[in-house]
Design a protein around this ligand. Sequence first.
Ligand SMILES: Nc1ncnc2c1ncn2[C@@H]1O[C@H](COP(=O)(O)OP(=O)(O)OP(=O)(O)O)[C@@H](O)[C@H]1O
Ligand SMILES: [Mg+2]
Length: 293
Amino acid sequence: MPVIAIVNRKGGSGKSTLAAHIAAWCARQGSAVMLGDVDRQQSTRGWLKRRDAALPTIAPWALDQKNVLRLPAGITHVVLDTPGGMHGFELARVVMFADAILMPVCHSVFDRESAAACHAELASLPRVASGRCRLASVGMRIDGRTRAAESLREWSDATGLPFIGSLRETQMYVRTLERGMTIFDLPPQQAAADLAQWEPILQWLSPLLYPVQAANDPTPAREPITSRLGSSRLGASRPQNLMPAQESLVHGGRLTMFAPSRPATPVVAAPSRPALPRAESTSGLTIPQFLKR
Ligand SMILES: Nc1ncnc2c1ncn2[C@@H]1O[C@H](COP(=O)(O)OP(=O)(O)OP(=O)(O)O)[C@@H](O)[C@H]1O
Ligand SMILES: [Mg+2]
């Protein structure tokens, strides 16, 4: 199961914005996606509560009988939002579960220095050093009238951190998030400029999120990946006989689904989505020790 974590020590760098958008894009592809907060703040859980039930479903953490956070049954994709300031053991634990880490980076020198320190720590972790967890940066809140994107790209090259795209500063992000939405939930013509900026980011993520489809059905260069919005094409090969999650973050296992006891039958039609839990109250919640801040 692909796990994408959004990490940057710097507060306010755009982690939750990026995480919500990636989860919403996966949901638009027909995937059963969970968006989880790796901290007590649980800020994207609040966003999920505002999300209209008619929009493609994104599941929050599930709670078991002991009030411990667990991966909900049937989930095929996980996006983890993380808090600012994460480092050391907490960062290493997230990397243990992640297949890719995206680092949103704003343009100021403070942002770049903080991101470079975070990258250096990430790069020292074996799972990253061996390439099992991929890293990339995304420029956030970039003023298109300036050279900010180019200079961030140059910084990224010098740091050795792949730079896969940048998103402009626009109230569109602020307004859609306030309504429990993302720009992927808007009519495409309403967000055309911003959807175009997402293209290279989604192109980088797609082979990680949908490796089988990427191998069998590479996106033709001329076809924008966001033109798949609303289609279930990518999600159409999601196994239908997924079993409940056997391992959970709580017990330190990798995020894996219970292996089906018989071979998965080829799926020819778009799957019906499993009923996913919607966001609920977190009062009285017991958060796994390693997720606590
Ligand atoms: N491209 C953008 N254009 C305009 N505003 C943006 C953009 N991206 C993020 N923001 C705004 O910047 C603020 C910080 O973003 P966000 O909450 O995603 O950062 P964060 O890294 O998750 O913060 P924290 O470290 O506190 O969790 C939010 O108000 C968000 O709406
Ligand atoms: Mg946040």
